[in-house]
Design a protein around this ligand. Structure first.
Ligand code: NAP
Length: 293
């Protein structure tokens, strides 16, 4: 039997409409709407597209969004000042620094400037550390990994005690996903570009999260039958049949994986819509907390 599709779109729509109602309630109570501040440095087209998508999602859900778009040649001080300005702005409840930053910018220093109360992408080094530490919780968990966890939970299968393999160890996806799975009591293996025998490791996993950035790299034949497969990858590949000349595929070869897995997320329509939704949800949460402070 082919794998059940874990569809991120209806789930994201359902959560976004709940957020919209909650934003209306917040506005009635606070006389203002939750605000997201985005810092974008440079003109990378993919980053600019992600920022536009986030702005549109904010508009749909009734949130305010403000972007500070700085030239690629900006200094460290200019980028840090953009973050500080959002920290000081009472109309901004959440701050997102669009990554990657240009090479000459010290990313850790910039991310460390984000107020913990406004770190809605859970990317402040202290929050990432707290995610891994027992007995502590970050102020917010990162958007994409939180979306991954929600998709796994959508299957209704327990995570506790399962063997999970996360392929990729980036600060924004692989590492936090692995830490969140560990907090949910999975037994986690992290693989990366130097790992040996990736197919053999993947074959032992009940849960596979692919966050590599290589089109259709993980094959169905690698999977344990019935595994839960979450594909974070978003890779554009040439497609002469599409109007744009390209299409997006994941890190998992969907057709062969669907034949073996128990559950599988699609690209597009899996993790992508969940990422934006989690960002909106965290911004709403930050705004509500600001009323309690
Ligand atoms: P990244 O920073 O480039 O990290 C890629 C990771 O994959 C690294 O840890 C790398 O290992 C590992 N890797 C590369 N080649 C490998 C191989 N042959 N075998 C095993 N591991 C390998 O990428 P990222 O930012 O984490 O993003 C990963 C993917 O997710 C990309 O396609 C990105 O577009 C997508 N993404 C999607 C969303 C969304 O919302 N849908 C959000 C974020 C990212 P090393 O550490 O050894 O280099």
């Amino acid at each position: 039997m082919p794998a059940k599709i874990i569809d991120g779109r209806p789930l994201a729509q359902r959560i976004q409409s709940e957020i919209k109602s909650a934003v209306d309630e917040f506005q009635a109570r606070a006389g203002a709407v939750p605000g997201l501040g985005v810092v974008l440095v440079g003109a990378d087209p993919a980053s600019a597209m992600y920022v536009r998508m986030k702005r549109r999602a904010c508009e749909r859900a009734g949130l305010r969004s403000e972007a500070r778009i700085l030239p690629a040649a900006s200094t460290q001080a200019e980028v840090e000042n953009a973050v500080r300005a959002f920290n000081a702005d009472p109309n901004i409840h959440g701050i997102l620094v669009q990554l990657p930053l240009p090479d000459h910018i010290d990313g850790e220093a910039v991310l460390s400037e984000i107020s913990l109360a406004k770190d809605v992408d859970g990317i402040h080094p202290l929050n990432l550390g707290r995610l891994g530490m027992r007995g502590t919780e970050p102020t917010f968990t990162p958007a994409t990994p939180t979306g991954v966890m929600q998709l796994i939970e959508e299957t209704g299968e327990a995570i506790e005690g399962k063997g999970a393999v996360v392929i990729g160890r980036s600060n924004i996806v692989g590492l936090p996903v692995a830490l969140m799975l560990m907090k949910a009591n999975a037994t986690v293996t992290i693989c990366h570009s130097r790992s040996r025998d990736l197919p053999g490791t993947v074959r032992r996993a009940d849960i596979v999260v692919a966050a590599i950035g290589r089109a259709e790299y993980v094959k169905g034949a690698w999977l344990k039958p019935g595994a839960i497969v979450i594909d974070v990858g978003s890779n554009s590949v040439p497609d002469p049949e599409s109007e744009k000349g390209y299409r997006y595929v994941g890190d998992v070869e969907f057709e062969s994986a669907q034949a073996i897995a128990g559950y599988i997320s699609k690209v597009p329509g899996g993790v992508g819509p969940m990422t934006i939704t989690m960002l909106l949800s965290n911004t709403l949460k930050a705004a509500r907390r600001s009323l309690e402070a």
